[in-house]
Design a protein around this ligand. Structure first.
Ligand SMILES: O=C(O)C1=C[C@@H](OP(=O)(O)O)[C@@H](O)[C@H](O)C1
Ligand SMILES: C=C(OP(=O)(O)O)C(=O)O
Length: 428
């Protein structure tokens, strides 16, 4: 159980755990590269540990030098071995979709399973284009859902116009493309996070980027390197939102990733009237890093949609919480992708916030929120979804009564240590 209630004004300067997307990719690239990769600032969250575990099952030797430092001894993609047991991705969509791009092209058989939530999430978005490349993948519902079975085959490059702006789809196909004959090109309808494109050159890989189109040539050899992982802006978002749940609070997050494909949350908070200051302090492995400070202004409702959505997709549940405190109407649209996350995040966000008295309605592709509303206490569920559990805990910081989250365990998927931050905020 996690309980939160209205916080007194507070000032917090902190760092957050490593970026989840970059941590996954550091393990994946380190595992298919030749030589040693050292990862600093690795996120020891359950999802990234699932990625580590899967690649260990594929025969990659890895050492945890500390909870956030990992050394990987890569033997190249051809050094991966047939796993003796099913690869278990747990709750992680990123692990399964990116790993499938690798498994599809190496001459081994593998079975891939995950938890109940993964079992509801669509895999055809990667299975269908991988099959076009020559992959042999079967599974439940003709390969739409886990469990999946992969028999690695020689792949050929394709040009793929993805119907969804998804970094998981794009990255999966680029990883498959690295092993395919010829060139693989992925074009997406809006730019999704580009961590794969930024990390590949750090491992000595080549790619061509032309707007929303990325191409890689097959047969490249990657070389191990040193990766420093910035703080996760998606985790920072919960703390920034905490500063907006009452008057006179301020939160500064240091050494956090500022990749423009991830900073939609900052644009939105500014547009809503919050004071947002950003200072870029460095560049770690092609990723901009810096300091973000947020203070409340007079918040107003806005329309959030279009190309902005992929730039803040994981922040929408907590943005909805902030919107309950903004004057007027906030419309979130073009966000149907939320339905296929760890939970149906349109339904879970709306239903849980309603329990706290929010004026919020579900729409086909998002939600509409009227504010400001004084939230009341209540008992909420995260539906096994880390982002929903954290969003509800943040809602409690602005509520009249106490908010209980019945299942906070999922939070460890992306933000170990979140409970300690809440304690700090509540003790001030
Ligand atoms: O590539 C990644 O690391 C991720 C991509 C996004 O998913 P989609 O690619 O499905 O949009 C995001 O929601 C997820 O948390 C991480
Ligand atoms: C959607 C998420 O992750 P994944 O798709 O990797 O499960 C998330 O972390 O919010």
């Amino acid at each position: 159980m996690m309980k939160t209630s209205r916080s007194k004004p507070f000032q917090l300067t902190c760092r957050v755990p490593g970026d989840k997307s970059i941590s996954h990719r550091s393990i994946i690239f380190g595992s298919i590269a030749e030589g040693i990769t050292e990862v600093d600032g690795f996120l020891p969250g359950k999802d990234c540990l699932s990625t580590m575990h899967c690649f260990k099952q594929l025969g990659v030797r890895m050492e945890r030098i500390s909870p956030t430092t990992v050394r990987i001894y890569g033997s190249g993609i051809r050094g991966l071995k047939e796993p003796a047991a099913p690869l278990d991705v747990g709750n992680s969509g990123t692990t399964i979709r990116l790993m499938l791009g690798i498994l599809a092209g190496i001459p081994i058989f593998s079975a891939v399973v995950g938890d109940e939530s993964i079992g509801r999430r669509p895999m055809d978005r990667v299975v269908l284009p991988l099959r076009k490349m020559g992959a042999h993948i079967d599974g439940r519902g003709d390969g739409r859902f886990t469990p999946l079975a992969v028999r690695g085959k020689a792949l050929k490059g394709i040009r793929y116009n993805s119907p969804v702006a998804s970094a998981q789809v794009k990255s999966c196909l680029l990883l498959a493309g690295l092993q395919a004959e010829g060139t693989t090109t992925v074009c997406e309808p809006a730019l999704s996070r580009d961590h794969t494109e930024r990390m590949l050159p750090a491992f000595g890989g080549l790619l061509r980027i032309d707007g929303r189109k990325v191409s890689v040539r097959g047969g490249q050899t990657l070389h191990g390197t040193k990766v420093c992982v910035p703080g996760d802006i998606s985790s920072a978002a919960f703390l920034l939102a905490a500063a907006l749940m009452g008057p006179d609070s301020q939160v500064t997050v240091e050494e956090v990733g500022l990749n423009p494909t991830r900073t939609g949350i900052l644009d939105v908070l500014r547009q809503m009237g919050a004071e947002v200051a950003v200072e870029e302090t460095g560049n770690w492995c092609n990723e901009p890093v810096g300091r973000i400070t947020v203070r409340k202004g007079d918040l107003r409702g806005i329309i959030i949609g279009g190309d902005l959505i992929p730039r803040l997709i994981d922040e929408i549940p907590v943005l909805a919480v902030v919107a309950t405190q903004a004057k007027g109407t906030t419309v979130i649209k073009d966000a149907q992708e939320l339905k296929v996350k760890e939970s149906n995040r349109i339904a879970t966000t709306v239903n849980e916030l309603k329990k706290l008295g929010a004026a919020i309605e579900e729409t086909e592709d998002g939600m509409i929120i009227e504010g400001p509303v004084t939230l009341r206490g209540g008992v909420t569920s995260g539906h096994g979804d880390h982002r929903i559990a954290m969003a509800m805990a943040i809602a409690g910081l602005g509520s009249e009564g106490e908010v209980t989250v019945t299942d906070p365990e999922s939070i460890d998927v992306s933000f170990p240590g979140f409970a300690e931050f809440i304690l700090k905020i509540q003790q001030r």
